[in-house]
Design a protein around this ligand. Sequence first.
Ligand SMILES: Cc1cc2nc3c(=O)[nH]c(=O)nc-3n(C[C@H](O)[C@H](O)[C@H](O)COP(=O)(O)OP(=O)(O)OC[C@H]3O[C@@H](n4cnc5c(N)ncnc54)[C@H](O)[C@@H]3O)c2cc1C
Length: 368
Amino acid sequence: MILTNLKGEATIKQTPTSRNTIIVGAGLAGCLLARRLRAAGESVLVFGDSTKSCAASVAAGVINPVTGRWAVKSWQIDALLPEAERSYRAIEAELGIEIYHPIPLRRFCQNEADLKRIGRRSRNPRYADVLGNLSPPGEAPDALRDSCGSFEIHGAAYVDLPPLLEALRADLLSAQSYREGSFDHKTLRQGTDQGWHYEDCFAERIVFCEGAAVTQNPFFPDLPMKPVKGETLAFRCPELELPRSIFHNGKWLLPYGENRYRIGATYDEDDLSESPTASAKASLLKGLADILKTVPELEIEHHMAGLRPSTQDARPIMGKHPDHKGLFLLNGLGSKGASLAPLMTRQFAEYLLEGRPLDPETDLARFA
Ligand SMILES: Cc1cc2nc3c(=O)[nH]c(=O)nc-3n(C[C@H](O)[C@H](O)[C@H](O)COP(=O)(O)OP(=O)(O)OC[C@H]3O[C@@H](n4cnc5c(N)ncnc54)[C@H](O)[C@@H]3O)c2cc1C
């Protein structure tokens, strides 16, 4: 067996191999889970297909503790935030990369009712750590539309996901724990020996971390997934100078510095193709015009599209297959993978290795 690197070049000759765990999917969930299992002394082999669509490759990686129309704290955010910061910082230190970027986030009120609601919320002690003062209209940077006022959200960050994945996959590759190529479910065979055979590999367990592609997984045909397509634009705009902060006004605008920006994102539950569309581009440019008083000339560098692995009840899904011993799943990170993945992979690893029960809100068994 020839092992290839991320560019598809042959690198290492590998003999038939036996591992504790095969992970299918080298996206955010798969790579972080592999790291957790390896840290606990487990042997893993991750199958990743760099030609396939990957949500984490197009995501901005924004972590925002207060979200949605009603501006409420995201599900479990008080536990998710510290775990995310700890995990990403540990990866940065270990792999010599910089990917975790805390950044202020300013959200603009849409109308008077919004302003009143946020005002009430900011007096709620449960929000003291995440909601800053309300600023009256006109106090935001001059380039921005600000007719109803805005407020600061503390604890926000963005995680540079593409270099994170690249570093995690390279680390797995150097430990002979990564194999490039599409995992073919039809080739998987249950052994008589308490495990699963796949090509030349044997593993005690298989964990599927396929993101939105799980809808094609024949072992989990009826999962209540609800993939949502998203698109973003990365652009350069020499005439636009904004302070280092995410600006959220309908859509979000993320300045990277040196006149480079990202605007996102669209939500489409009907078109589940993976290619960028002219209509989403128009919607993103309209969103930009709603954020800025005037839109200077800009150069679009990348127009990206992907499928968020969302679920019908907007919660992650993890756990064991109801009938096939040794088959597991970790999915459903939806539009919040950057904040969810560190804690969800930790809880899943503890479930797998220490037998700790899963949170009933995330356990796949809730759909039994
Ligand atoms: C436009 C857009 C913007 C987003 N913005 C944000 C954001 O700002 N903040 C945030 O937190 N989240 C954001 N997300 C969501 C985030 O990307 C996801 O929550 C996260 O990537 C989910 O991780 P995952 O590992 O489950 O899936 P993915 O990251 O999609 O990874 C799954 C991987 O499995 C691989 N795979 C599937 N089947 C196979 C197979 N048979 N063989 C081999 N490999 C396979 C896929 O190719 C892929 O690489 C955004 C998503 C989109 C589309």
